[in-house]
Design a protein around this ligand. Structure first.
Ligand code: LMR
Length: 328
């Protein structure tokens, strides 16, 4: 695009962006990277927008920018600190620059399902994590769930040695890089919005993600198949700028906080179902889904779990023990 065309496009975006906003209302921009349908985060963000615009009319208005149309995850937290966006819900793997505490959520096979993640987050330790970045200007408001990660590649992945020598896109997280290295793969950090193209052109051979992301971004169309490994999780932190949050009138902050909590409870309860539906939609669209025998899955556990040792000091043995107690 020429500069002029870009300026025009940006004006058009700005106009749609403020369509719900009247003079005098507090503008709440929420930027995220996924699609809006059949996606736990997309659905939750849309519901939040609708409720804020209905119930806070005259006081505040929310505009959601999905699909990385405003910022990708590498940019959004900086933009938030600059005051250009007020809410975002990056995956917990994206807070690498701000805290090492969230590394526990990236460790492979740490949580057996999303209920276990929920229970850990509800604990005192989990709740304290929301405030672990306030010194850096970010405040976590709620955890939002996506689901369990699966592995896909341009060849069948049945045993961990099948991943040997493959290039895997990962989110920019040291744990995820180490995990792919443990498989003999080559980790390639990349923004979510670029993954489809990279898979299609062979810049990378494979990736890991939830069913809803594999479906929503159509990764299955440019992969040989997806193996149901359930080896890790993708979960989110709805995050805001501390100064902005504290600048709100108490009644506005309270009402927004209540709506967000109610949306969180309602949508987190549905996240597993949304992912199951996305998995079925992949199969219905002709995508290949492979399951592992218990023996095969045990081989993936053996290959990846040694990564815990490298990050034990960052996440704390007591937290690992607490997470494991929940799985039991
Ligand atoms: C990814 O980058 O793969 C995910 O974090 C995207 C998302 O927000 O689910």
């Amino acid at each position: 695009l020429t500069t002029a065309a870009m300026a025009l496009a940006m004006t058009a975006t700005a106009q749609t962006a403020t369509a719900a906003c009247d003079d005098g209302e507090i503008v709440i921009k929420f930027s995220h990277v996924t699609n809006t349908d059949r996606h736990p985060k997309g659905i939750a963000a849309s519901l939040l927008q609708q409720r804020v615009n209905d119930e806070m009319n005259g006081k505040a208005c929310m505009e959601v920018f999905p699909n990385s149309t405003l910022y990708n995850d590498d940019q959004v937290l900086e933009a938030m600190l600059q005051g250009d966006v007020q809410l975002a819900a990056p995956s917990l793997s994206k807070f690498e620059q701000f805290t090492k505490q969230f590394r526990i959520f990236d460790l492979p096979f740490m949580f057996k399902n999303i209920d276990a993640v929920d229970e850990f987050q509800t604990s005192e330790t989990g709740q304290a994590m929301k405030e672990s970045m306030t010194r850096r200007g970010l405040l976590g408001l709620q955890f939002w769930h996506n689901g369990m990660k699966q592995m896909s590649a341009n060849k069948p992945l049945i045993e961990p040695t099948d991943a040997n020598g493959l290039k895997f896109r990962v989110q920019n997280s040291d744990v995820l890089k180490a995990q792919m290295a443990a498989l003999g793969g080559s980790p390639q950090p990349m923004a979510f919005s670029e993954v489809y193209g990279a898979l299609q052109t062979g810049v990378v051979d494979g990736q890991e993600n939830t069913w809803s992301n594999i479906y929503g971004q159509k990764f299955f169309e440019v992969q040989d198949g997806t193996t149901e490994t359930n080896h890790g999780i993708i979960d989110y932190l709805v995050v805001t700028n501390v100064d902005w949050w504290e600048s709100l009138d108490a009644d506005v902050r309270e009402q927004l906080g209540t709506i967000l909590r109610e949306v969180t409870e309602a949508r987190n309860a549905e996240s597993t179902k949304v992912n199951e539906e996305a998995k079925q939609a992949i199969i219905d669209a002709g995508g290949t889904v492979r399951t592992l025998t218990p023996e095969q899955r045990a081989m993936w556990v053996d290959a990846m779990k040694p990564v815990w040792e490298q990050f034990k000091d960052d996440v704390g043995q007591d937290n690992i023990d607490a997470a494991q107690a929940i799985n039991a």
